[in-house]
Design a binder for this molecule. Structure first.
Ligand SMILES: NC(=O)c1ccc[n+]([C@@H]2O[C@H](COP(=O)([O-])OP(=O)(O)OC[C@H]3O[C@@H](n4cnc5c(N)ncnc54)[C@H](O)[C@@H]3O)[C@@H](O)[C@H]2O)c1
Length: 258
């Protein structure tokens, strides 16, 4: 069913692919010929992504996964190998959204945001490594953020965790080059998803007004769509990016160029 068949013959695990950007990536990868494992903590949304893919003629399985629990990641890798074969591609996307001022963020909040956004990414890399090594290579795409490199008001825990994702990406690229595994990141700007809906609701703001306002930060005067992030993830996961590792692609409508 691929449009360009950029991922024909590849098996991919996409974490947090029951919603938003992860779902768009899973759908796009499948449309480009990948067999996809939807590794998502929520059963309902994860199964729904699988149905969307299979109804469109693609191949996908669901594996209930909590990226902070190595046992469940091992199970997702095992299910992938059983259904599709060795793991060729990993997209680390599942995230916790913890915002706030330094005095409002508890130690438990810090543990959660780093547990999912940083250690969760590292856990998934560790668990797919044996499979990628068995077939002498692979590619990993980490979903970082513009929050990896800019400061935003009252975003301290989230931005600190996304800054760590940028360094995780570079250091993994260095250490895994010997295994022929490329590691790159996509840095989205403001994208309309459930996470942004929830953030706006938590601030008590009007959703439509807020979306218009967030959109004004970009040179294109609109927010981005999950599918526009999926395009970047697809490129980095495809063999077209064969000479890229340790790099990041910013997809933010030009919001952070000045
Ligand atoms: N939406 C934006 O504006 C934006 C901007 C920059 C970066 N990002 C990044 O994009 C990625 C996706 O964000 P989104 O906006 O699509 O969020 P979302 O909340 O719509 O989707 C995140 C998904 O991850 C799942 N998830 C959460 N914790 C999990 C865990 N421990 N194990 C497995 N699954 C888990 C959730 O159930 C959900 O389905 C995140 O890494 C986020 O930081 C988003």
């Amino acid at each position: 069913m691929g449009l360009n068949n950029a991922l024909d013959g590849k098996n991919a695990i996409v974490t947090g692919s029951g919603n938003g950007i992860g779902r768009a990536i899973a759908i796009r990868f499948a449309a480009e010929g990948a067999k996809v494992t939807v590794a998502e903590i929520e059963e309902d949304s994860g199964q729904e992504t699988v149905e969307m893919i299979t109804q469109a003629g693609g191949a996908a399985i669901f594996s209930k996964t909590d990226t902070t629990d190595s046992g469940s990641i091992k199970a997702a890798v095992g299910a992938t190998i059983a259904a599709h074969g060795e793991v060729d591609r990993l997209v680390n996307n599942a995230a916790a959204f913890v915002f706030g001022k330094i005095e409002d963020v508890t130690e438990a909040d810090w543990a959660r945001v780093f547990g999912v956004n940083v250690i969760g990414y590292a856990n998934c890399v560790r668990e797919v490594l044996p499979s990628m090594r068995r077939q002498s290579g692979g590619a990993i795409v980490n979903i970082a953020s513009v929050s990896s490199y800019i400061a935003q008001p009252e975003f301290i825990p989230y931005n600190a965790s996304k800054g760590a994702v940028a360094q995780l990406t570079r250091c993994l690229a260095m250490d895994l080059s010997v295994d022929n595994i490329r590691v790159n990141a996509v840095c989205p700007g403001s994208i309309r998803t459930r996470a942004t809906d929830r953030h706006i609701a938590s601030l008590g703001l009007d959703p439509e007004e807020s979306y218009l306002e967030f959109g004004q930060d970009s040179l294109m005067k609109r927010m981005g769509k999950p599918e526009e992030i999926a395009s970047g993830a697809l490129f980095l996961a495809s063999d077209d990016a064969s000479f890229m590792t340790g790099a990041h692609i910013v997809i933010d409508g030009g919001a952070t160029i000045d």
